[in-house]
Design a protein around this ligand. Sequence first.
Ligand SMILES: Nc1ncnc2c1ncn2[C@@H]1O[C@H](COP(=O)(O)OP(=O)(O)O)[C@@H](O)[C@H]1O
Ligand SMILES: [Mg+2]
Length: 278
Amino acid sequence: MPDNIQVELLNDAFNVFRDASHRLEQQYALLEQKIEDLNEEIAEKNRAMERNRRLAAMGEMAAKIAHEIRNPLGSMAIFATLLERELTAEPDKRKFAEHITKGVKTLDNLLSNMLLFASNPGTRLKQVDLRDVIEDAISMTIGHEKQGVRIKTSFEGSTLVMADQAQLRQLFLNLILNSLDALDEDGILTIKIRASEDDQSMIQVEIKDNGRGIPSDCLDRIFDPFFSTKERGTGLGLAIVSTVVSAHEGFIDVSSEHGKGTKFIISLPVAGPEKRFC
Ligand SMILES: Nc1ncnc2c1ncn2[C@@H]1O[C@H](COP(=O)(O)OP(=O)(O)O)[C@@H](O)[C@H]1O
Ligand SMILES: [Mg+2]
């Protein structure tokens, strides 16, 4: 083979080798970058796992503390009520006892929400009359009443659902307290129970107030845990509402007009006859 052909072949081979080596270098750099990204991803996942572990531990601790606080709080509520009765003839002093009762109720509500939020207790379903639940929830708002605010109720048709009574009470208490917070003097809160028009297997509870309403840019955040527009709000109320409704295979419809009022409709499955004795 002539020398010049050999040189050309060698040149070609060298060029092929140089291109291949260049491509390999590029691929190596890409791989290195990918490994770096993956390492960063693993580190972030580890951090998230650690955060979740801590949150779970905190949730457990919060649930334990909430249980511990509950007992002395129960005694305080009983003694404050006794004190209120003792002081019937002295309205000025009675007011102090009423303040204690109100404070205890607020704390009790906060603890119930925390327990439901932190410990996901599962639902214990039995046949429940929604009238009793709503009446219980209304009675638990004593101390939170507002001057001149009226609560109107209307119950139509069957009011029986399969539900966890304590969780439903907390659900409606949260909705009613939110309405009371939003209402000004002489406002009206209406609570209706009725069969759903579209779906006979569902019962609807409508909670409607003519209070300050929810601005449209807040509406899609109100169910987020810890979202609150109140100075001392926890933002747990509606998160619990949403969790409890889902656990009961129900759904929520909310509409609100800023400055005019808010309407929540909670739909829950009617208690079926086959489940009557569960
Ligand atoms: N009936 C209502 N009227 C006006 N705003 C409401 C009503 N219900 C809920 N909201 C808004 O939704 C937010 C979240 O409610 P919630 O989860 O119960 O937390 P919190 O009551 O502690 O603020 C409230 O801070 C308020 O801005
Ligand atoms: Mg609330």
